[in-house]
Design a protein around this ligand. Structure first.
Ligand code: NDP
Ligand code: OXD
Length: 314
């Protein structure tokens, strides 16, 4: 039985090596290796080439090497087998760190102080609201969103979340479905997007949505953070909203095209903070171990966990 490691954009060799160490009972192969397609039972993939999972007649499970699975479902020739995603505390905690860091950077106006430092400027009379007076709204209250929301609430922010179905998270107000989106936005000063990219969510972070964020917040205008996927945001709308004062600032980890092209105005916009899609990296050892644990359980006859619903695509 073999595991095919099928990766684009990341170095595949270290992944194959780690799987070999952790899954000694299986052969671990890369697409260019010499193997029979009939031997492949599992595929571990990140942005695999379209169609490159089609010719394995005994493939039983596709494992995403990340929490997101849009890179799997974009393949029109995806075999009809279960798709399993990463749900792991290592990845979850990394994302919450990113969210906390960037919400706090805006809340404590750290970018302005960075600039003041370059000017040797001592200007300490700025208005500084309390965290309890800043309303953070987490779009996507799933595994990552719930953890980030809990931690934001623990620090003292006034936190709400929006998801398809209602959630019960301590100290986090839950808004659900399209009918409650406007109410969620109207009470949000800092919007944190942790949605998956699906046909329903593509382009949701657009000018019209930005206009519906709270205008009476304590940070001088709404702020948007997106670590979900680039396809959620309309990048021209972000620039326009910043230029027209509809948004005060944006922090973006993900982009429609990655790496972000040099020509993008986002690179140099003074109100934009950019991180290179590393809000929560898939740490090789943690993710490979979690996949191997799932394979071992599956082979003992236990049900697969973290299987993605192919109709929802998340
Ligand atoms: P989950 O599937 O656990 O959560 C997704 C959340 O989004 C759920 O609360 C779901 O609602 C909600 N949702 C989905 N579609 C809609 C919709 N149409 N309307 C309202 N709510 C919706 O995913 P995770 O939290 O594990 O991950 C979220 C995303 O984060 C990933 O898909 C990936 O794209 C991104 N990510 C980015 C990383 C980075 O480094 N930048 C790293 C890891 C992940 P409900 O629960 O009610 O179904
Ligand atoms: C993921 C990612 O989906 O890293 O895990 O983007």
């Amino acid at each position: 039985m073999s595991l095919l490691v099928n990766i684009a954009g990341w170095e595949p060799e270290p992944w194959a090596e780690t799987f070999r160490e952790l899954l000694a009972s299986h052969r671990v192969v890369l697409p260019g290796d010499d193997f029979s397609p009939n031997d492949i039972r599992y595929a571990a993939t990140w942005k695999h080439e379209l169609g490159s999972l089609a010719d394995y007649p005994n493939l039983q499970v596709v494992f995403s090497l990340g929490a997101g699975v849009d890179h799997v479902f974009r393949d029109p020739q995806l075999p009809r087998v279960p798709v399993v995603r990463v749900v792991d505390p290592d990845l979850r905690d990394r994302m919450s760190e990113w969210v906390m860091l960037h919400v706090l950077l805006h809340h404590r106006q750290q970018r302005m102080y960075d600039w003041q430092q370059t000017e040797k400027m001592w200007e300490d009379d700025r208005f500084q609201p309390a965290a309890r007076d800043v309303r953070v709204g987490v779009m996507g209250l799933g595994v990552l969103g719930q953890d980030a929301a809990r931690k934001l609430a623990y620090v003292g922010f006034d936190v709400a979340g929006w998801s398809a179905t209602r959630k019960d998270v301590e100290r986090v107000e839950s808004f659900a479905g399209d009918s409650e989106l406007d109410a969620f936005l109207a009470r949000t000063d800092v919007l944190v997007s942790l949605l998956p990219l699906t046909p329903q969510t593509r382009g949701v972070l657009n000018f019209s949505l930005f206009e519906r964020l709270a205008r009476d917040g304590r940070l001088g205008g709404p702020i948007v953070l997106n670590a979900g996927r680039g396809g959620l945001q309309v990048e021209d709308d972000i620039v326009r909203a910043l230029d027209e004062g509809v948004l005060r600032a944006a922090t973006l980890d993900v982009f429609a095209v990655e790496p972000l092209p040099e020509s993008s105005p986002l690179w140099t916009h003074p109100a934009v903070t950019i991180t290179p899609h590393n809000a929560a990296i898939s740490e090789l050892n943690a993710v490979a171990k979690s996949i191997v644990t799932k394979i071992e359980a599956f082979e003992r006859g236990e049900p697969l966990t973290d299987v993605v619903d192919p109709t929802r695509q998340y």
